[in-house]
Design a protein around this ligand. Structure first.
Ligand code: NAD
Ligand code: DAU
Length: 354
């Protein structure tokens, strides 16, 4: 038995692989293009571990995906691969269309052809799990109820529009062809190995470097925050017991405005790494121009996954953010390599003597 995971050199996918192999001997084929967001250094502890087979490549490369499926005969494909940063999608949407829409489509086509040829038992047991986002549902008003799985789609950024399109392709593949798909729509993740272009890791690394902490607009946009290890356990639950064709919203029950997140990070750094001059890191907070089309509020109602699959997050925001700040303080080398771009040389350096 084996599973194929796409995009598992990125933040969530890599955390998923590390957790999977920590509690499971089932091998993982990791197909990742290694864009700027792909960082094999995160998976350095798996060097030489036969259970992790890394293949550099694009989910849109149909020949490559078909070959991997034929060679490794996975019982499931988990699709984490995506362009994931909203601000980049606003500046330059093309890659988002290519990977998130065209790439997902081609991946589905290759998987469908493979699945069609499986024996009856394997066909029934097979799963295609698509990792998506709460952003597809659009923005909520302050008093609106949290997103449920039947909330209408109203994506507002090129990123969320491309993820919405991919969700629809996955759904259609089940409805039309019967492919046993599962979709998870998750809120904002945070935790170890998060690329410092996203709010929480950016605030930690900028604070430590004495740089400004840029808060968009009034800082009162609300997100729901989920510790990445909890997201990984939710995906394992859905893969194991989710009903084909179903969607599961995954969240942390932790709605918070951005400014509160930034102040919490500053307070933790004040405690764990106080500044020499005795001032708080929060003096570095600066307000900057808002993100165009910035969604005001996301909130996830994660009661379906709790009711049907008995999943709940283990971390509170207080425990998760403390672990996260401690992880960044304890891993300056990983952070330095990400910031200098040295992580891109990792494959060459690490495997040169192999
Ligand atoms: P990430 O940007 O950290 O990682 C994405 C990974 O996909 C990278 O390793 C990259 O190299 C790879 N990739 C990109 N294009 C590819 C392609 N064409 N073929 C193969 N690999 C490719 O993203 P993440 O934060 O780990 O997010 C993973 C998934 O979870 C995404 O689908 C994202 O939409 C979704 N998601 C993320 C969050 C979050 O808070 N980060 C929340 C909900 C859902
Ligand atoms: O909701 C799930 C989504 O969460 C995922 O689908 C995306 O892949 C992931 O990137 C994330 O999107 P966001 O846009 O919510 O995350 P980001 O960390 O970029 O921003 C979080 C909030 O903080 C958002 O309201 C914008 C704000 N922000 C962000 C940055 C980078 C700032 O105020 N300043 C910043 O410098």
């Amino acid at each position: 038995m084996t599973i194929l995971i796409t995009g598992a050199a990125g933040f969530i996918g890599a955390n998923f692989v590390l957790d999977w192999l920590a509690c499971n001997d089932e091998p993982v084929i990791n197909l990742d293009k290694l864009t700027y967001a792909g960082n094999l250094e995160t998976l350095a502890s798996l060097q030489g571990d036969a259970r992790h087979i890394f293949v550099q490549g694009d989910i849109g490369d149909s020949a490559l995906v078909s070959r991997l499926l034929a060679e490794h005969r996975p019982r499931a494909v988990l699709n984490f691969a995506a362009e994931s940063h909203v601000d980049r999608s606003i500046l330059s949407p093309e890659d988002f269309i290519q990977t998130n829409i065209v790439g997902t489509f081609r991946l589905l086509e290759a998987v469908r052809a493979y699945w069609n040829e499986l024996e009856a038992e394997a066909r029934t047991a097979f799963r295609f799990l698509h990792v998506s986002t709460d952003e597809v549902y659009g923005s909520l008003g302050a008093a609106d109820p949290a997103f449920r799985e039947d909330h209408r789609y109203e994506p507002n950024s090129p990123y969320s529009a491309s993820k919405a399109a991919s969700d629809h392709l996955v759904r259609a593949c089940h409805h039309t062809y019967g492919l046993p798909v599962l979709t998870t729509n998750c809120s904002n993740n945070y935790g170890p190995y998060h690329f410092p272009e996203k709010l929480i890791p950016l605030m930690i690394v900028n604070a430590l470097a004495g740089k400004p902490l840029p808060v968009y607009g009034d800082g009162m946009q609300v997100r729901d925050w989920l510790y990445v290890k909890d997201h990984c356990s939710a995906i394992r639950r859905v893969l194991e017991s989710g009903r084909p064709g179903e969607v599961y919203n995954v969240g942390g029950w932790n709605e918070k405005p951005n400014i509160e997140i930034v102040n919490t990070v500053c307070a933790l750094l004040d405690e764990l790494r106080p500044k020499a001059d005795g001032t708080s890191y929060n003096t570095q907070i600066t307000t900057v121009k808002d993100r165009p089309g910035h969604d005001r509020r996301y909130a996830i109602d994660a009661s379906k996954i709790e009711r049907e699959l008995a999943w709940r997050p283990l971390e509170t925001f207080a425990s998760g953010i403390r672990k996260t700040v401690q992880w960044y303080l304890g891993n300056p080398e990983w952070v330095a390599h990400v910031q200098s771009g040295a992580y891109r040389d990792w494959v060459q350096t690490q495997y040169a003597s192999a």
